[in-house]
Write a protein that binds this ligand. Structure first.
Ligand code: FAD
Length: 622
C-alpha cells in the first residue's frame, strides 16, 4: 500500500478542484412515499446497477436503501488513492478468531457508502477465465457461464485506450472487442514508471508464460496489460455511483435513493407461501424506524457480508443458528452465510537497492516529486496521481506454480480427502451443502490439472511489493448472526487454511513469487527479500511466518462472496439461476453473495456483470 501522506494544502486544493463534482443530496434522507415496485437494499455496486436498469422503464418505481452517504472526498475521486483504503467509509468488524492462524482475528472490509466497494476499491478491473464462469454453469446455473455473462461484461463497461505513443512505447495490448459502450469507464494508464520495463522482462522470463491479447477475454493464465476503473475523460475514479446513479439522478423521477438508512428486517406476508413484502429501515439521523413496501420484489444488494446478515436476522437461514439467536424461523435455509469465499493473499516485500527514479515509492519519500506530481494532476490531469493501481499482471495456473505432475497430485489428494473433515460443522449436518461443496471440489480438481484457469497472480507496480492471492481457495468460511446481539454486525469467520491443501499451496505461491523475483531481469532492481525474509526456507518456516504475520498473509482481499450461493437447492444453493431466494416469493439477491465459486480475479467487473444480467432477469418477469 502506498503512503497517503501529503500536505493538507494539497488536500484542500484537491477538494476545491473536484470536491464539488457531485453535491451531497441531503434531501434524499427522507422517504415520503412508502410503496414502490421494487425496493433495493444497498446502494452499492450491484444495487445501483439494478436500480438504474429497472428504472429505464418509466413505469417501474424503485427505492434504493443505503446505509452510507455520498462521498465526495478526494479519496473517492482521485485515482492514486486506489493504493490505500479510505477506512472512513468502511464498517470494519473484526473477524472471529481463526484457530488455524493462532486464533488471530482480522479486519473485515465492508463498504458503507453510496457506490459501495467501488468507491474504496483498488480499481483493478479484471475478469476471470472462461473456465471460472463455466464452472458456475456446471454447478447447475444455465446461462451463467462465460458465454452467458460476456454480453453483460460488455454492457457494463467502456474502454478508453491509452495514447498511441504510450501504446507503442510499452507494447501494450488489449482486446477492444471485450468491451461495450457501458457506463463503467475503464482505462490503461498513460503513466507507467520506468521499471515497468523490468517487470515485463521478468514476465517474459517465466517458464511457459503466454501473452494473450487482453485481460478481459477470459484467457486465464498469462501476462497482461490490465485496466483500472478510471474515467479517462477527467481522470477520476469510475464508480457504481458515477456510472449508474449520477447520470440519471436528476431525470429519473421513478428512482429514489435514501441515504443514512439501514435495512434492519425484511417484512413478510405469511400466506400459503412466504412472500417478502417490504423492509424495515432505521434512520441514522434520528434513529426512527419505518416500513417501506415492494409491490413486485425486494432485491438484496447489501454485499456478501451484510446480505446474509439481513436474511438471517429476518428469519431466513440455518434454523439452529436462528433459534440460538432467538430469531423466529421463517425459512430454514442453511446455505445463508455458508460457502463464504474470499481471496486470502500472501504478500512478499523486497527492498530494491537500485530502482529507477521515479518509482511508486517516490511520491511518499521524495517531497519535491510529491509536490510536482500533485501539481501536474491538478494542472493537466496527467502523471502518477492520475494512475490507479498496477496495470501489469501475470496469472499462473497451478501447473505453473508447481509442475504438471505436482498439480495433478494435488488434484488427486483433494478428491481423496474426507471433505467434512475440513469444512465448518454445518456441512456435516447438511447433506445438500456437502454435495454442493463436492461438486465445487470436482470442478476445482479438474481446473488444477489444466491451464484453463489461474491459481495465483502477481499484480506489480514497479516497487518491491508483491502480493499473490490464492484464487482457488478450498477452505470455506461463514457469516452468521451474533447470537447474543443478532442485530449487531455479523460474525465473519474466514476459516483461512482450514483445508491443509490451502496451506500447502500458500507456501508454493511464496516460492513461485520468489522464483519471479530471482529471474535475471529483476536483478537490475537489486532486490533483497524483506518479507518473509530469506531465513524462512522450509515449508514449516514459511507457513509459521505467514500464520504469525497479518501483513504477510491477508485473510481477505476484500472479495467476500458466496454467502447466498446461486446453485440448485439440492446442492446447498440459496438462490436459483433466476436469483430468487428459495422458499420465499418476491425476494432476490443480486450482489457478490450469489457467486457460487469465487472467480480467479478481483471481483468488481464480475459483480457489475452479475447485476446487469440480474436486471434483465428481474425485468423480464415484470
Ligand atoms: C477495499 C476494497 C478493495 C477492493 N479492490 C478491488 C479491486 O481492485 N478490483 C476489483 O475488481 N474488486 C475490488 N474489490 C471488490 C469489489 O469492489 C466488490 O467485490 C464489489 O464491488 C462488491 O459489490 P456488491 O454489490 O456485492 O457490494 P457493495 O458494493 O459493498 O455494496 C453493498 C452496499 O450495501 C450497503 N448496505 C449494506 N448493508 C445494508 C443495510 N442493511 N441497509 C442498507 N444498506 C446496506 C452498503 O453500505 C454498500 O453500499 C475491493 C473491495 C474493497 C472493499
Amino acid at each position: 500500500m502506498g503512503s497517503r501522506s501529503h500536505s493538507s494544502l494539497i488536500l484542500l486544493s484537491c477538494a476545491l478542484a473536484i470536491g464539488s463534482a457531485a453535491a451531497t443530496n441531503s434531501h434524499h434522507h427522507a422517504v415520503d412515499d412508502s410503496t414502490f415496485d421494487y425496493v433495493v437494499v444497498g446502494g452499492g455496486t450491484s444495487g445501483l446497477v439494478v436500480a438504474n436498469r429497472l428504472t429505464e422503464n418509466r413505469r417501474n418505481s424503485v427505492l434504493v436503501i443505503e446505509r452510507g452517504y455520498f462521498d465526495d472526498k478526494p479519496e473517492a475521486i482521485i485515482p492514486w488513492y486506489a493504493n490505500a483504503v479510505d477506512t472512513s467509509v468502511l464498517l470494519s468488524p473484526r473477524s472471529a478468531p481463526n484457530p488455524k492462524l493462532n486464533n488471530a482475528t482480522r479486519n473485515v472490509t465492508v463498504a458503507a457508502v453510496v457506490g459501495g466497494a467501488t468507491v474504496v476499491n483498488g480499481m483493478g478491473c479484471d475478469r476471470g477465465s472462461k473456465a471460472d464462469y463455466d464452472a458456475w454453469e456446471e454447478l447447475g446455473n444455465p446461462g451463467w457461464g462465460w458465454d452467458g455473462l460476456l454480453p453483460y461484461f460488455k454492457k457494463s463497461t467502456n474502454f478508453t485506450p491509452p495514447n498511441p505513443d504510450v501504446v507503442e512505447r510499452w507494447n501494450m495490448t488489449w482486446d477492444a472487442s471485450a468491451y461495450g459502450k457501458g457506463p463503467v469507464q475503464v482505462h490503461i494508464s498513460n503513466f507507467q514508471y520506468p521499471d515497468i520495463d523490468v517487470i515485463w522482462e521478468g514476465f517474459r522470463q517465466q517458464p511457459g508464460v503466454t501473452f494473450p491479447p487482453g485481460a478481459s477475454s477470459g484467457f486465464g493464465p498469462g501476462a497482461y496489460w490490465t485496466p483500472n476503473t478510471v474515467d479517462a475523460r477527467d481522470m477520476t475514479r469510475s464508480t457504481a455511483r458515477s456510472a449508474y446513479y449520477d447520470p440519471v439522478n436528476k431525470t429519473r423521477t421513478n428512482l429514489r435513493l435514501v441515504i443514512g438508512q439501514t435495512a434492519t428486517k425484511l417484512l413478510f406476508d405469511r400466506g400459503k407461501r412466504l412472500r417478502a413484502r417490504g423492509v424495515r429501515i432505521v434512520s441514522s439521523v434520528d434513529g426512527k424506524a419505518r416500513n417501506v413496501y415492494a409491490r413486485k420484489e425486494v432485491i438484496l444488494a447489501a454485499g456478501a457480508v451484510m446480505t446474509p446478515h439481513l436474511l438471517q436476522v429476518s428469519g431466513i437461514g440455518p434454523a439452529a443458528v436462528l433459534k440460538a439467536a432467538g430469531v423466529k424461523v421463517e425459512k430454514d435455509l442453511p446455505s445463508v452465510g455458508a460457502n463464504f469465499q474470499d481471496h486470502a493473499t500472501v504478500v512478499l516485500w523486497f527492498n530494491l537497492s537500485t530502482p529507477s527514479f521515479p518509482n511508486p515509492d517516490s511520491i511518499s519519500n521524495n517531497a519535491t516529486y510529491n509536490a510536482t506530481v500533485w501539481e501536474e494532476y491538478f494542472t493537466n490531469k496527467t502523471g502518477p496521481i492520475a494512475a490507479a493501481n498496477s496495470n501489469s499482471i501475470i496469472y499462473y495456473s497451478l501447473s505453473q506454480v508447481l509442475s504438471s505432475s505436482a498439480a495433478a497430485s494435488v488434484a488427486s489428494r483433494l478428491l481423496a480427502q474426507d471433505a467434512r473433515q475440513y469444512l465448518p460443522s454445518i456441512y456435516s449436518t447438511n447433506s445438500a451443502l456437502l454435495r454442493g461443496f463436492k461438486a465445487q471440489r470436482a470442478i476445482l480438481a479438474q481446473r488444477f490439472k489444466t491451464n484453463t484457469s489461474s491459481y495465483t497472480t502477481q499484480p506489480l507496480r514497479g516497487n518491491g511489493q508483491s502480493p499473490s492471492p490464492l484464487l482457488k481457495p478450498l477452505s470455506r468460511g461463514s457469516v452468521t448472526l451474533n447470537l447474543t446481539h443478532p442485530e449487531s454486525l455479523p460474525v465473519v469467520q474466514y476459516n483461512t487454511f482450514m483445508n491443509p491443501i490451502d496451506e500447502e499451496l500458500a507456501v508454493a505461491v511464496v516460492r513461485r513469487s520468489r522464483q519471479y523475483w530471482a529471474s535475471p531481469a529483476l536483478q537490475k532492481l537489486g532486490p533483497t527479500e524483506r518479507q518473509p525474509g530469506v531465513q524462512y526456507q522450509t515449508d514449516k518456516e514459511i507457513l509459521d511466518y505467514l500464520k504469525a504475520n497479518p501483513l504477510a498473509l491477508f485473510a481477505s482481499l476484500a472479495h467476500p462472496s458466496g454467502t447466498c450461493a446461486m446453485m440448485p437447492e439440492k446442492l446447498g444453493g440459496c438462490v436459483g439461476s433466476d436469483l430468487r431466494v428459495y422458499g420465499v416469493k418476491g425476494l432476490s439477491v443480486v450482489d457478490a453473495s450469489v457467486i457460487p465459486l469465487i472467480s480467479g480475479t478481483s471481483l468488481q467487473a464480475t459483480v457489475y456483470a452479475i447485476a446487469e444480467k440480474a436486471a434483465d432477469i428481474i425485468r423480464a418477469r415484470g
